[in-house]
Design a protein around this ligand. Structure first.
Ligand code: NAD
Ligand code: TYD
Length: 329
């Protein structure tokens, strides 16, 4: 199989490229190399690389030439950046998805859309996990743009009969995650003795999914999933403050670094999804957050300063000041 992986230089996409390449599949990557894209993530991985924008039909036509399937990871992905400026999110997550779908439609190939559990919006503490038919109630410009991408996928299936499907993954963690997201931000700040900015009361709950389990799930859906189907990919649900305490334990950092800061506007309290449908299709997650998963991840960041130190300079510092300077005082 020859597969186009868009966003293949990012956190989850690069792990998926590594996974397919190790199986001997031919992988083509199309990536715009935004601030989150990093060629180093693909070092030593057999693939063909095109730098370009998924919203550019010419770039897509060139990279997708002769592929059997498209797996779309390319997206603007950070909720806080979407609150600072939503426009880029619409262009990539909605328009870019539509451009890829057009290619899949005209060439009769499969399009797998990598989406998120955030499209369901937050749910009450006592609510049952969302199944795939739950209504979409996105809260942030990020999740609204991902919902727009999902709706395009479903519209292409229904209107044109395009062979497309969707996975909706939970909060993903592991090596090579850009240190703007909660886990790599807190782990690397803890190593550096920097403050740990907890939004609001820290009682929000997320499901944590190891990046390898997430990639395994996407592969199962790509190979065995049905056209027009949606598959949730859940993880282990934990309260943010419990995760912070575990990070302090594992890094040996002082609890004095923790600061409760002004909350994120519109902050979702809880995500939880039911992954029975994907398990029935053959997905078996192998990592546990508490026994091994988080610890290995902390160790990876401890041992790979050469990966994250260059990232946490330059533009990152400007972003960090904009997002946290007033909050941290
Ligand atoms: P990331 O931010 O680490 O990487 C995104 C990649 O997409 C980068 O390499 C970037 O350069 C590329 N990109 C951005 N805009 C592009 C464009 N217009 N054209 C081509 N390439 C472009 O993201 P990630 O965390 O690896 O997430 C990958 C996908 O998984 C996203 O679609 C995201 O919505 C979804 N997802 C992420 C999580 C999570 O916890 N990280 C959870 C569920 C779903
Ligand atoms: P994040 O990694 O941004 O993912 P999500 O898309 O789920 O918002 O954040 C995960 C959780 O951590 C979320 O409840 C927000 C919280 N958080 C903080 O408390 N402080 C921070 O600096 C960040 C980035 C996130």
């Amino acid at each position: 199989m020859r597969v186009l992986v868009t966003g293949g230089a990012g956190f989850i996409g690069s792990q998926f490229v590594r996974r397919l390449a190790l199986q001997g599949e031919r992988v083509v990557v199309l990536d715009k190399l935004t601030y989150a894209g990093n060629r180093a993530n693909l070092e030593g991985v057999d693939h063909e690389f095109f730098e370009g924008d998924i919203a550019d039909p010419a770039a897509v036509a060139q990279a997708a030439d002769g592929v059997d399937a498209i797996v779309n990871f390319a997206a603007e992905t950070h909720v806080d950046r979407s609150i600072m400026g939503p426009a880029e999110f619409i262009l990539t997550d909605v328009l870019g998805t539509q451009v890829l779908l057009d290619h899949a439609r005209h060439h009769g190939i499969r399009h797998l859309q990598v989406s998120t559990d955030e499209v369901y919006g937050d749910i009450d503490l006592d609510a049952a996990p969302c199944t795939e038919d739950a209504p979409l109630r996105p809260s942030s410009p990020y999740s609204a743009s991902k919902s727009g991408g999902d709706q395009q996928v479903l519209a292409y299936v229904r209107t044109y009969g395009t062979d497309a499907l969707i996975t909706r993954g939970a909060n993903t963690y592991g090596p090579r995650q850009y240190p703007e997201k909660f886990l790599p931000l807190f782990i690397t700040n803890a190593f550096d003795g920097e403050r740990l900015p907890v939004y609001g009361d820290g009682r929000q709950r997320r499901e944590w999914l190891h990046v390898e389990d997430h990639c395994a799930a996407i592969e199962v859906a790509l190979r065995n999933g049905g056209t027009g189907e949606v598959y949730n990919v859940g993880g282990q649900e934990r309260e943010n403050m419990d995760v912070v305490r575990r990070i302090l334990d594992l890094t040996g950092a002082s609890p004095d670094l923790v600061r409760h800061v002004a909350d994120r506007p519109g902050h979702d309290r809880r995500y939880s999804v039911d992954s029975t449908k994907l398990r029935d299709l053959g997905w078996t997650p192998g990592r546990s957050f508490d026994t091994g998963g988080l610890e290995e991840t902390v160790e990876w960041y401890r041992e790979h300063r050469e990966w994250w130190e260059p990232i946490k300079s330059g533009d990152y510092k400007r972003y960090y000041a904009q997002q946290y300077a007033a909050r941290l005082g």
